[in-house]
Design a protein. Sequence first.
Length: 358
Amino acid sequence: MTNVIQLTPPSRINPQEARLGALLSCFAEHRRFGDDVFWLKENAEILNILECTGTKPGADALDAYAPFYASLEKRMRFFPQYYRFFLSIALDLEDLGMPGTHAAQLVDWAHQQNLPQAELSDLQRLEAVRLMSRRGVVATNDIAALEQRARTFMARSDTFALPNKKAAYELTHLVFYLSEYGRRDPLLGDAAKRSLHFAGLLAFIEQNADLLSEICIALHYAGETPPALWTNWLKRETALFAITDGPTVSVQDDYHEFLVCNWHQAVSGDAAFAKGFVHDRMRFDHSPSRATPMREMSEAMFNLDDARSGDWISMRPQMEDTLSPEAMTVLAQAETSSVHFEDFFQGFARADTPKRLH
């Protein structure tokens, strides 16, 4: 009797390409649709993360975008208000391996229409400048003045010692644009780097993995090493994401936090997007059990009135008496995580501001 041993040939599909193919299929075809601005936002974000981290999804994975890519010129002419999304998606698709030259044509048209001048925000104008420069077009803005205003904003560290998510996200995006997403030194001064640390302390105290991921990425791009306590916490939170699939699951979820946490993993040199994905609608949910001491901390400081001090050493015992044990644990971790903590706390306390406005 002869024993027949059947050999199964190894799959030719790269496991990473298979995962990314399913993930891109979800965003391109199953969560939202191409005429929805939220579709543009989600897909611009995932493609940007893959492009700037040098993560090639493979040609098959990009097939999901072929119909949209073919219609880009028509869409952008009709929806010029979304030109930054269209430029970003076109540029990233081509740089990830999509054959075609639509991006250069769209950049030329945006330049002819002077679309960056329609932006009131310096942040959005700086993004437009960065996008158009990827195909060799210099926007007509006064770029030197634009960058100077951005650097002045970044250097005001007091802004980032107070809870202000909008300002903190603008800070990280300015670093992304000035550094070409890690491709060049953004030349940040000490004050701007201190701003990143202040914003990071607030994000950690809030246990906001979305914002803290972006801050740690910005620190990497600025040549700084983020505190190990922050990056270890982010690695743990990334692993705890839950993914649910099915044609009826809600997409009001934590997808952005999932994307930037994995972006941070890639920038840190760790495995990113290592979950099991399916070619279907998916939702992404972060760990529900997080202590969030920010509100407790703010209320305790506010209620101290004239007894409030910016000296952390003298205020620490009062925080221990006032905060819950869970909140105090997070605050104590924040204290040890950064050499900037005492300077941060002095700004956070707002003890030196006038008690009465005149």
